[in-house]
Design a protein around this ligand. Structure first.
Ligand code: C5P
Length: 226
């Protein structure tokens, strides 16, 4: 049996991807499956936490037992529901793939292809960064956890990018996944690092998303006890 070490904690977990509508039939989306966020919610509930799972679009997944599930579609809806739930939360984990941009204009009718008009151009607007807003509005003692999926490039390694993102976002913990080459997205296994604001860095060995979830809750538990 799992330890009930999260008993008495109220946690909010976001999961899945948002969809940003372009017209009544089209949207911009992403490939998030929601599996990591669901695993976080399931493990937290098993360890005794009171869990609200704010889920965007996911593949078909079993509802995590014991969690309150709130479904959303767009980044704007996710923002509203996450902020509302965060007002009563000790811990917020943003595992969702929130769209960074949305179509600047939502067409009221289906965009048509025409022979006498130029092809349409989609202009994007920036979405609010929910994680950054949570940090700004943080309650005393509230623990905020972000996720980052990074690739290495000429400007730095995956770890360099993760450290910079932790500082930029101001959260307490950042779960850093190396992506690219078929890693992390749409697969069952995940690996990476857990970076803490105090500079602590721990590797997360390749394992199931439930194992990664357990490592995150272990780190959150330590954070709350100290
Ligand atoms: O900047 P980036 O999108 O890589 O940051 C990822 C982290 O920020 C994730 O925890 C994600 O849930 C969160 N995020 C957010 N709102 C956005 C974009 C990302 O909360 N608009």
């Amino acid at each position: 049996a799992l330890p009930r070490d999260l008993e008495g904690l109220r946690v909010v977990v976001s999961a899945g991807g948002t969809r940003e509508p372009l017209d009544p039939v089209r949207y911009l989306g992403n490939r998030s499956s929601g599996k990591q966020g669901y695993a976080l919610a399931r493990v937290a509930a098993q360890r005794g936490a009171e869990v609200t799972l704010v889920a965007g679009h996911t593949v078909e997944l079993p509802e995590p037992a014991g969690a309150v599930l709130r479904r959303v579609s767009t980044a704007e809806q996710m923002r509203e529901v996450v902020h509302e739930a965060a007002k009563e939360a000790d811990v917020v984990v943003m595992a969702a793939a929130v769209a960074d941009f949305r179509p600047a204009n939502l067409s009221g009718h289906k965009i048509k292809k025409t022979d006498d008009q130029p092809d349409p151009v989609i202009t994007l607007s920036r979405n609010p960064d929910i994680l950054a807003e949570l940090v700004t509005n943080r309650l005393p003692g509230q623990v905020i956890v972000g996720f980052a999926a990074e690739t290495g490039d000429e400007r730095g390694s995956v770890l360099d990018h993760g450290r910079a993102k932790l500082r930029r976002k101001g959260c307490d913990l950042l779960v850093l996944n190396a992506v690219g080459d078929g890693r992390a997205f749409e697969v069952e296994e995940n690996a990476g690092w857990l970076l803490a604001a105090d500079g602590t860095e721990r590797p997360i060995p390749l394992g199931s998303k439930a194992q990664l979830a357990a490592a995150v809750w272990d780190a959150v538990g330590e954070f709350i006890r100290h």
